[in-house]
Design a protein around this ligand. Structure first.
Ligand SMILES: Nc1ncnc2c1ncn2[C@@H]1O[C@H](COP(=O)(O)OP(=O)(O)OP(=O)(O)O)[C@@H](O)[C@H]1O
Ligand SMILES: [Mg+2]
Length: 278
């Protein structure tokens, strides 16, 4: 399919699913697949990175595997393990990289590595041969070499940016040179209100009030105050189906940003909530 045609098709698909993504970001992600370059999606918590790639897998009609690369994961956890089977004999079991590559022999297969900025440096280094021209994975127990079928094997990664993950390992430059980076910003304004309203079923008027409160906070937030992500706004919307907007906001937005109970009370009585109905 011509690239432009595929782009239009993808654009329609995400629109129908209610997922909002900038045209250029979508183009870059589709183009990276054509050119067989991994993608890293970077954005704050709840900016849609996980949902996007799940939908992307659905769009490509491919298999989808997800793995967080938190600091305890080694390359061995990702390739193959050996367990003792029912008959007392050793059995080899494919782990996520092996599963991803085996599926890619016959169909499109997407692997999402999440939290890559929290990964052990040696785990990332061990991924280089899979990502590179060498394009293969060695399975230690069965002594197999799995070739990466580049037509079908799609590697995508994601992580949060900035102060949310302060203090973790910096990704080494060699790794940083092995993907293209796509920023996932938070939706804003009416676009966000519309998304919240259609996904949670609350009225547009209420969604707009929630978004206005959130935008006021995010614009005035000190760097040491917590980010309130879209997931929390969805919790707020969902609770508000059963209780007032203000009460629902107390247990979601306000309790996240409050340092303690006293602070919580002053937030509820303060500027942020002044325009919200009970
Ligand atoms: N651009 C968007 N279009 C539609 N829905 C969105 C968008 N951004 C976020 N959402 C909604 O926000 C929620 C959180 O999204 P998701 O879990 O994909 O975020 P994330 O970036 O993976 O967050 P985290 O870094 O915490 O894992 C989802 O329910 C998703 O539907
Ligand atoms: Mg996620």
């Amino acid at each position: 399919m011509e690239f432009q045609q595929e782009f239009e098709k993808a654009k329609g698909f995400f629109k129908e699913k209610g997922f909002i993504i900038e045209d250029d970001n979508l183009k870059a992600i589709l183009a990276s697949r054509k050119e067989k370059i991994p993608v890293l999606a970077v954005g704050p918590t709840g900016s849609g990175k996980t949902e996007f790639f799940q939908l992307y897998a659905e769009f490509l009609q491919g298999a989808y595997e997800y793995q967080s690369l938190n600091g305890s994961i080694t390359i061995h956890d990702l390739t193959q393990e050996r367990i003792i089977g029912n008959n007392g004999k050793f059995e080899e079991r494919d782990m996520i990289l092996a599963r991803w590559l085996r599926k890619a022999q016959t169909k499109v297969s997407i692997l999402q590595f999440d939290e890559v900025n929290a990964a052990k440096p040696e785990t990332l280094l061990a991924l280089h041969p899979v990502m590179d021209i060498k394009a293969e994975l060695f399975l230690p127990f069965t002594q197999e070499v799995l070739k990466v079928n580049k037509e079908n094997a799609v590697l995508v990664m994601s992580c949060n940016e900035g102060d949310e993950y302060a203090g973790i390992n910096a990704m080494n430059v060699a790794f940083q040179n092995r993907y293209i980076k796509v920023h996932f910003p938070y939706l804003q304004g009416d676009e966000l209100s519309q998304m919240l309203s259609s996904k949670t079923g609350i009225e547009m008027g209420s969604a707009k009030k929630i978004v206005a409160t959130w935008e006021k906070y995010m614009a005035s937030r000190d760097p040491d105050q917590p980010v309130v992500g879209i997931r929390m706004l969805m919790y707020w919307c969902n609770l508000s189906k059963h209780m007032g907007l203000k009460s629902a906001g107390k247990y979601t937005f306000a309790s996240l940003i409050a340092r303690d109970e006293e602070d919580l009370q002053s937030i509820i009585l303060g500027d942020f909530f002044v325009n919200l109905p009970d």
